[in-house]
Design a protein around this ligand. Structure first.
Ligand code: S3P
Length: 187
């Protein structure tokens, strides 16, 4: 009796997740990585490893500009590597216009939309996020950033009140439809 062919999935280009802190960029990319056997990485974690410092300390010791330079450098580095799911920091499209260009030219960009109230429920400890000062500021920042997220994205997905597996399923359907994720059968 013949065995069914093994199926696996591949990305044809990097997939960048953008959106405000707490939108689910890391969780959704991890969920997709586990479900479809894809590589995933959190750009901020990678930056912290490379710098050997946490982001809160980089902000406190060297300021936001220094952090934004590192962020662009990390983005270029990841864009040039083999395709993977990349969870970006919430401010990636705000201060360095070249970041949106790097992502658009090298990959597919997914904007996960969230409100400040929704985000605050998902962030267990806002102390680790220097840009999430309080709910009022977060509300204003999201409104300010929304046009920048929209302009940088290939697609936007509403995440409010939805579970991570549910959002991941919608993302997977889009990636398959766009040919960014492809199904391969091994014989
Ligand atoms: C930031 C978001 C953070 C991190 C840094 C700045 C921002 O990433 O890059 O604290 O400006 O919104 P997450 O969105 O992963 O929390």
């Amino acid at each position: 009796m013949s065995q069914p062919n093994a199926i696996h999935y591949e990305l044809t280009c990097p997939v960048f997740f953008i959106g405000f802190m707490g939108a689910g960029k890391t969780s959704v990319s991890q969920q997709l990585a586990v479900t479809y056997g894809l590589a995933s990485i959190d750009a901020d974690e990678y930056l912290e490893l490379r710098e050997n410092r946490i982001i809160a300390d980089i902000f406190a010791e060297d300021g936001e500009d220094y952090f934004r330079d590192l962020e662009t450098d990390v983005l270029k580095d990841l864009a040039a590597r083999s395709p993977r799911l990349i969870g970006c920091g919430g401010g990636v499209v705000t201060k360095r216009p070249e970041n949106a260009r790097i992502m658009k030219e090298s990959g597919f960009v997914i904007y996960l939309m969230v409100t400040a109230d929704g985000a605050s429920k998902r962030i267990p400890n806002t102390d680790s996020r220097p840009m999430f000062k309080n709910l009022e500021t977060a509300r204003r920042t999201i409104v300010e950033r929304a046009p920048q997220y929209e302009a940088a994205a290939d697609v936007a997905i509403q995440t409010e009140g939805r579970s991570v597996p549910d959002i991941a399923q919608e993302v997977a359907a889009i990636l398959l439809e766009q040919g960014v994720m492809v199904k391969k059968e091994e014989d």
